[in-house]
Design a protein around this ligand. Structure first.
Ligand SMILES: *Cc1c(COP(=O)(O)O)cnc(C)c1O
Length: 358
């Protein structure tokens, strides 16, 4: 049985959240003398007329729009200053520092581990199999029981699908096995879901009270600079996350610009198609190169490429002004570079430079 109340840290269960001035008064017009803002205005002239005011702490307008696009009720949506903020908040909500632990399945997104270490949470690594799938037996062995003792428990499991840096999707059945059998919180990071044919888990929120899904505006949606990450979960989990977050975690400019950008969904969708087509194109060109030993199947906007001499190749590319990600020292990714799919023009240049190597 999943019991949110017993999973939470005591200090979080008992936390009385900061009540901001804008929490107390919900109206949008009036004379605001409650928050010590500058009533004169902001020294900017850029079409946004509210920058002298604190932003909406719960981002109602932006969430309403996301709710329409995703088909998920507003009460099941959390917005963070990037997904990275949501990851950190999940650790702070559930994991007692120096006691509880998290299960990670490397090679995977580095922030899960960094954020665990910042929060002094023990990391239990259960590496992906050689075809980058979950080792269910290994995970079952590494779990510390949630029964009985309230200390030193496995509170969180992070699953990334499609996975960064490997690019593949995790087997949906395996994720379901974990959701059905683990009584802690299962975080499914879908940062790259828009590039994949896989179905998102957001439609299963009602099935799994222990499910948290992460998505982001930073990748397919083309807004990495705005720093907006989304978490989808039960209303109860979302309420806990909102209680922990800093009151004004998404600034007014980001809320305003994201809302405007979401009117251009057609643009986003056509870019996604173009990126997927470029990905396949790039994969076949790279595959024809002698120094490329392997290209891993990708459901994302990047390719993990195993090459001869990855470290030197990386340096060579840098010397030609092309920056890729060197993952060659990461266990499971030996000899690999992670290459983001660029524009057609950029990919052409990449291929030209690669063909001039040695
Ligand atoms: C890029 C990425 C994110 C996005 O993080 P933001 O803080 O929202 O920019 C999240 N998860 C994974 C696996 C990523 O690769």
């Amino acid at each position: 049985m999943f019991e949110l109340d017993t999973l939470l840290r005591n200090n979080i269960r008992n936390l009385v959240p900061y009540s901001s001035a804008r929490d107390e008064f919900k109206g949008s017009s009036g004379i605001f003398l409650d928050a010590n803002e500058n009533s004169m205005g902001a020294p900017l002239n850029n079409g946004m007329d509210r920058l002298n005011r604190y932003p909406d702490p719960l981002q109602a307008g932006l969430k309403k729009k996301i709710s329409e696009i995703k088909g998920v009720p507003v009460g099941n949506i959390f917005l963070g200053n990037g997904s990275d903020e949501a990851i950190d908040i999940l650790y702070r909500a559930f994991c007692n520092p120096g006691k509880d632990n998290v299960i990670l399945a490397p090679p995977t997104y580095g922030m899960y581990e960094v954020s665990a270490r910042v929060n002094d949470v023990e990391v239990r690594e259960v590496p992906l199999t050689t075809d980058f799938q979950l080792d269910l037996e290994g995970i079952a062995r590494s779990l510390s029981s949630l029964e009985g003792d309230t200390e030193g428990r496995t509170k969180l499991i992070f699953l990334c699908s499609p996975n960064n840096p490997t690019g593949n999707s995790l087997d949906r059945k395996d994720i379901e096995v974990i959701l059905n059998n683990f009584n802690g919180v299962v975080v499914v990071d879908e940062a790259y879901i828009n590039f994949s044919k896989q179905k998102s888990f957001v439609y299963e929120l009602n099935e799994y009270p222990n499910l948290v899904i992460l998505q982001t505006f930073s990748k397919a949606w083309g807004m990495a600079g705005l720093r907006i990450g989304m978490a989808f979960a039960s209303e109860e989990i979302i309420a806990v996350m909102n209680k922990i977050k800093p009151p004004y975690n998404i600034n007014e400019a980001s809320q305003h610009l994201a809302l405007k950008a979401l009117e251009n969904m057609e643009q986003v969708n056509s870019w996604i198609k173009a990126i997927v087509a470029e990905r396949e194109n790039l994969a076949s060109q790279l595959g024809a190169m002698k120094m490329v030993k392997r290209i891993f199947p990708s459901d994302a906007n990047f390719l993990l490429v195993k090459t001869e001499d990855a470290g030197n190749l990386y340096q060579y590319l840098v010397s030609k002004g092309i920056v890729v990600r060197d993952r060659s020292k990461i266990t499971g990714c030996e000899g690999c570079l992670r290459i983001t799919v660029g524009t057609q023009e950029e990919n052409k240049k990449l291929m030209a430079v690669l063909n001039s190597y040695k």
